[in-house]
Design a protein around this ligand. Structure first.
Ligand code: ADP
Ligand code: MG
Length: 302
């Protein structure tokens, strides 16, 4: 087992940031740790990387107790912290040699060259970190996390703040790295998990609310249900539709468009158009939309 959390709890003062968190991550998996801001993702990652101990429970990394063997654990884990703190005044190679020194990496010079190639930093290698774009800074962050060839990589929101092109490149890089290592990455963006991960662990308010292969995510939460996008010729009241069996919610969008959320799989389009025409109004269009993964995530973290 690469990472194992058993009943982990963490308090900041009186606030409980993590509550009875348990999960196992096997060697070679790429796992997305998904949750809204403030869910406890960064706190969990700091515990995994031995940055601070939990108040409750146990954490093991490659079989080592991360509290009792925090130095050993740090040697086996690469960590890209949130906001990627770097030394802006340092040159890229200088910084990576410095980090390699901290980890007592053998053949420092060769390893830095190797890692620069691996993360695609070659064109920018002679610059100061502060001169790099956000995308290249992220590559430096990944390089420092990888320099000591750790078995496990813990990446805290590795793509936040990147533009769409940088995003695609960094995701690809993480997927490539993930072929050889165990990767746990946190994100608050559903699509990120779909793009990179094999498995997802969803956390909300410090508690795990789902843990499953990405391919099964659509079946999480309330498996049933769909929504209807309806356009009418005159405004309708929410009560008109909410009395119909199965209607969960009516949301008024711009113009005369409404989203109707339906909590079962029963087709109630006929009832809806009848209710609207009985009210003296007309349905101009009605489109059925299946639940997206985004909807499932919203449901689980509401
Ligand atoms: P996430 O990374 O999912 O956004 P965090 O782990 O950063 O969540 O935070 C979880 C909760 O703990 C939040 O409510 C946050 O405000 C709180 N928190 C995080 N760090 C600290 C801290 N150093 N002191 C006090 N509260 C904190
Ligand atoms: Mg965070």
């Amino acid at each position: 087992m690469s990472i194992e959390a058993k009943g982990v709890g963490k308090y900041y003062g009186k606030q409980k940031a993590l509550d009875d968190v348990s999960f196992k991550i096997s060697s070679g998996e790429i796992v997305g740790f998904l949750g809204p801001n403030g869910a406890g993702k960064s706190t969990m990652m700091k515990i995994i990387t031995g940055y601070f101990p939990p108040n409750e429970g146990e954490i093991y990394v490659i079989g080592l107790d991360a509290v009792e063997n925090s130095l050993e654990v740090r040697k086996k884990v690469g960590y890209l912290p949130e906001h990627n703190p770097l030394y802006p005044e340092m040159y890229v190679t200088e910084y990576l040699k410095f980090v390699a020194g901290i980890y007592k990496v053998k053949n420092k010079k060769e390893r830095v060259e190797e890692i620069i190639k691996m993360v695609g930093l070659s064109p920018e290698r002679h610059k100061k970190i502060q001169e790099l774009s956000k995308g290249y800074k992220q590559r430096v962050g990944l390089a420092q996390a990888l320099i000591h060839d750790p078995d496990v990589l813990v990446l805290d929101e590795p793509t936040s703040g990147l533009d769409p092109n940088q995003l695609v490149e960094i995701r690809k890089l993480i997927r490539d790295i993930g072929k050889e290592k165990t990767v746990m990455l946190s994100t608050h963006i559903m699509q990120e998990v779909e793009a990179i991960c094999d498995r997802v662990i969803i956390i909300n308010e410090g508690r795990i609310v789902a843990d499953a292969p990405v391919s099964e995510m659509k079946n999480m939460g309330n498996a049933e249900g769909y929504s209807l996008e309806v356009e009418v010729n005159e405004a309708i009241s929410e009560e008109l539709l909410s009395v119909i069996n199965g209607v969960d919610k009516v949301i008024s969008n711009s113009g005369l468009n409404y989203s109707i959320e339906i909590s079962s799989d029963k087709d109630i389009r006929a009832e809806i158009s009848k209710a609207i025409s009985d009210d003296g109004k007309a349905v101009l269009s009605m489109v059925r939309k299946e639940k997206s993964m985004e909807d499932v995530f919203k449901e689980l973290t509401r």
